[in-house]
Design a protein around this ligand. Structure first.
Ligand SMILES: Cc1ncc(COP(=O)(O)O)c(C=O)c1O
Length: 379
């Protein structure tokens, strides 16, 4: 994917604001959202706010008519500040405190997710106000982050839970699944859709919503695999779902990841053994937190040219785990040189910490005006 800022623009940003920076381009958000819409026609999207809970991203997506997938009171509060219509939100955390349910209900969100009896019981007192999705688990060996280990009932328990809910007077209005984030292939999506079609067809009560979760991948390795092609078997599988079922999805990474780049600067340099270590002003406790939590490896480059040599890129904290990359090939760098991380919008700033009381990278929101390449600062 082509970087959304030229090297000259990156240098100007760093000169103007100082490093470390986290640059978000709302135009990329727009492009990703529209690409996914084209790849999955007839599916309504609820952006998974957790991926990158950024106001400019939320406002851009709201402008495009997106809904929002919420998991906590903090996320509820954030979309409420944007005057998002609560009917266009779903609360998808399968395990939640009563206070979380209350906060979402107070806002006006009425669609929640459950996957077990104890969670169903929490909704008995709210049964006249909610419609629930039953989350079914489909393990994926190819996803980078397998979410079906922690959440979801097995497909063969689904009918039993639907029946229990009915006895409790709780309305199960549909099914949901999440095959895991950054899926390598669409195979688990397809398997999950087929299994859900089977449950929907056999269920004695009407299930009229299917939430196919997230998991839509991005290209961290610079390859050009296309989301339309990735979704082709998913489009095919969705034909098995009865026409009156409302199909929704909760993409996070696909929308957020390509929308941000980081600009860090070299603050220290040392030769240890035969290897040069460069210390940056951002690291795995900051914007590169996804190296640990999300198992992501971001494309990293510099603005310099020259012979490439293996080196280590480390973060600014005192902890030895704060190493972004080992054996990365870069030209010789000097203190003050800039290091650019691409595809850094998802599960990065969202999971950054303040460890060592270091300031996080400053977030700058921009809107590239497509034809001219002209930059407009949003924030
Ligand atoms: C319930 C739920 N929905 C949606 C998402 C977003 O998934 P992705 O970023 O793979 O699109 C997640 C990610 O953790 C999730 O837990």
């Amino acid at each position: 994917m082509k970087p959304f800022l030229s090297n000259e623009q990156i240098q100007q940003m760093a000169d103007h604001y100082g490093a470390p920076l986290f640059i978000v381009d709302c135009d990329q958000v727009r492009k990703q959202y529209l690409a996914l819409q084209e790849a999955l026609p007839g599916v309504d999207f609820f952006y998974a706010v957790k991926a990158f809970p950024n106001d400019a991203v939320i406002s851009t997506l709201k402008g495009l008519g997106a809904g929002f997938d919420l998991a906590t009171k903090g996320e509820v509060d954030q979309v409420q500040r944007h005057f998002v219509n609560p009917r266009e939100t779903i609360h998808t955390h399968p395990i939640k405190k009563d206070s979380e349910i209350k906060a979402a209900l107070r806002f006006g969100c009425t669609t929640f997710v459950v996957d077990n009896i104890a969670e169903l019981e929490k909704f008995v007192k709210y049964r006249h106000r909610v419609g629930l999705l039953l989350r079914v688990s489909f393990r994926s060996e190819t996803a980078k982050v397998d979410l079906s280990r922690k959440f979801g009932c097995s497909a063969d328990k689904a009918m039993q839970l639907i029946h229990r809910a009915q006895q409790m007077g709780i309305h199960i209005k549909g099914l949901s699944f999440h095959v895991g984030s950054q899926s390598a292939t669409p195979a688990t999506h397809v398997q999950a859709i087929e299994a859900c079609a089977d449950i929907i067809n056999k269920c004695p009560i009407p299930l009229n919503m299917l939430d196919i979760g997230g998991g839509f991948p991005v290209n961290y390795d610079g390859s050009t695999a296309d989301i339309y092609d990735f979704c082709q078997p998913i489009r095919e599988a969705l034909k098995q779902i009865p026409k009156d079922v409302h199909i929704i999805a909760e993409p996070g990474r696909f929308i957020a990841a390509p929308s941000a780049m980081t600009i860090s600067s070299v603050v220290g340099k040392a030769v240890r053994g035969n290897t040069t270590w460069y210390y940056l002003d951002d690291g795995v406790y900051g914007s590169y937190s996804g190296r640990l939590f999300d198992h992501a490896q971001y494309p990293i480059r510099t603005l310099k040219s020259g012979e490439l040599k293996p080196c280590v890129l480390a973060g600014p904290t005192c902890d030895s785990i704060d190493v972004i990359e080992e054996e990365i090939m870069l030209p010789e760098l000097e203190i003050g040189d800039l290091v650019i991380g691409e595809m850094m919008g998802a599960y990065t700033a969202a999971t950054a910490t303040d460890f060592n009381s270091l300031e996080r990278a400053k977030i700058i929101e921009i809107n590239i005006v497509a034809e001219s390449g002209h930059l407009k600062i949003v924030g």
